[in-house]
Design a protein around this ligand. Structure first.
Ligand SMILES: Nc1ncnc2c1ncn2[C@@H]1O[C@H](COP(=O)(O)OP(=O)(O)OP(=O)(O)O)[C@@H](O)[C@H]1O
Length: 255
C-alpha cells in the first residue's frame, strides 16, 4: 500500500513551544493506525495539524486529499453539547460533503441517517436533543455522523474514553468495518491493550516520534519506557531545536 499522508519533519508549536517536534513518516492508504503516548505527547495536536486546524511551524504534511476527504471525531471535551440540535440533525451534518452546506437534505439522506442510527444502535432516538444523551449514546451519534460522511480518512481522538465496554466493542466493530472497506483510520488511544488487539500499526509519540510501524514492534517495553522518560523530562518552555542529525525517527521517510 502506498503513502497516503506523509509527515515531513513536522513541527507544530503553541507560542513557539513545540508540541509535536520533527516527526517524519507516513500513513499508508487503507491502514489502521493507533497514535499512543503519554499525556501531553502531542497526539491531539498532531490530529489537529492533519485536519488543517493548526499550521506547521516547520516541516510539512504532504497529501493529495481534499478537506472533505477527512472525517474527524474530536475529543469529547472539545464538543459543545449544549447546542440545541436533535440527534437526527447532528447525524445529517455528515451528509454536507455530498449535499453542500446550504442544500436541503432529501429522502436519500434521511434514509442513510436512519440506517446509520440503526447501525450504532440508536433507532428511535432521532428527535432527542443531543444534550439529553449519555456520553456513550452521544459517541454513538458521532460515529453515525461519520458513517454518513463517507470519508477516505477517519481521525478519531480518544473515541472510547469514558465509554462502557459494550459500546466500545460496538464502535470498534465499526472501526474494523471502515478498515475492511479500505478507508484509512487513525485513532488516538490510551488503552494499550486496545491498541495491541485492534490496531495493526502504531505511532508512539512523545512530542517526537519514538517508533512508528507494526504495533507488536512499536509497543515494546523499551519504547514505552523511552516515551515515559521523555515525558518526565519535558520542558514546557523549550523552543524549537534543530532537526536531529541523520533524520528524526521515521517509519520509512528520509527526513
Ligand atoms: N491551545 C493550546 N495552547 C497552548 N498549549 C497547548 C494548547 N493545546 C495543547 N497545548 C500543549 O501542547 C502539548 C501537547 O498537547 P496535546 O493536547 O496535543 O497532547 P495529548 O498527547 O493529546 O495529551 P492527552 O493525552 O493529555 O490528551 C501539551 O503540553 C499542552 O499543554
Amino acid at each position: 500500500m502506498s503513502a497516503l499522508l506523509t509527515l515531513d519533519n513536522l513541527t507544530v508549536t503553541y507560542d513557539r513551544h513545540p508540541a509535536v517536534h520533527h516527526v517524519s513518516g507516513f500513513f499508508r492508504a487503507g491502514s489502521l493506525t493507533a497514535i499512543a503516548g503519554p499525556n501531553g505527547a502531542g497526539k491531539s495536536t498532531l490530529m489537529k495539524a492533519i485536519m488543517g486546524e493548526l499550521r506547521p511551524a516547520e516541516g510539512r504534511l504532504r497529501h493529495q486529499l481534499a478537506r472533505s476527504d477527512f472525517g474527524y471525531l474530536p475529543q469529547a471535551a472539545d464538543i459543545n453539547r449544549r447546542f440545541p440540535i436533535s440527534v437526527l440533525d447532528t447525524v445529517l451534518l455528515g451528509a454536507w460533503r455530498h449535499t453542500g452546506a446550504f442544500k436541503a437534505n432529501g429522502p436519500k439522506e434521511y434514509t442513510q441517517a436512519a440506517e446509520a442510527l440503526a447501525a450504532v444502535g440508536l433507532s428511535g432516538f432521532d428527535r432527542r436533543p443531543i444534550g439529553s444523551l449519555s456520553a456513550g449514546q452521544f459517541q454513538r451519534v458521532l460515529f453515525a455522523r461519520l458513517l454518513l460522511q463517507d470519508a477516505k480518512v477517519i481521525l478519531l481522538d480518544e473515541p472510547f474514553t469514558a465509554i462502557d465496554a459494550r459500546t466500545t466493542q460496538d464502535l470498534l466493530d465499526i472501526v474494523a468495518h471502515w478498515h475492511g472497506e479500505g478507508r484509512t483510520v487513525i485513532a488516538v488511544l490510551h488503552d494499550l491493550e486496545q491498541v495491541r488487539t485492534h490496531f495493526p500499526e502504531t505511532l508512539l509519540l512523545a512530542r517526537e516520534c519514538i517508533a512508528w510501524g507494526p504495533t507488536a514492534e512499536v509497543m515494546s517495553a523499551g519504547n514505552l519506557l523511552k516515551a515515559r522518560m521523555m515525558a518526565e523530562r519535558w520542558d514546557d518552555g523549550a523552543g524549537i531545536c534543530e532537526p536531529p542529525v541523520g533524520g528524526a525517527s521515521t517509519n520509512g521517510v528520509v527526513a
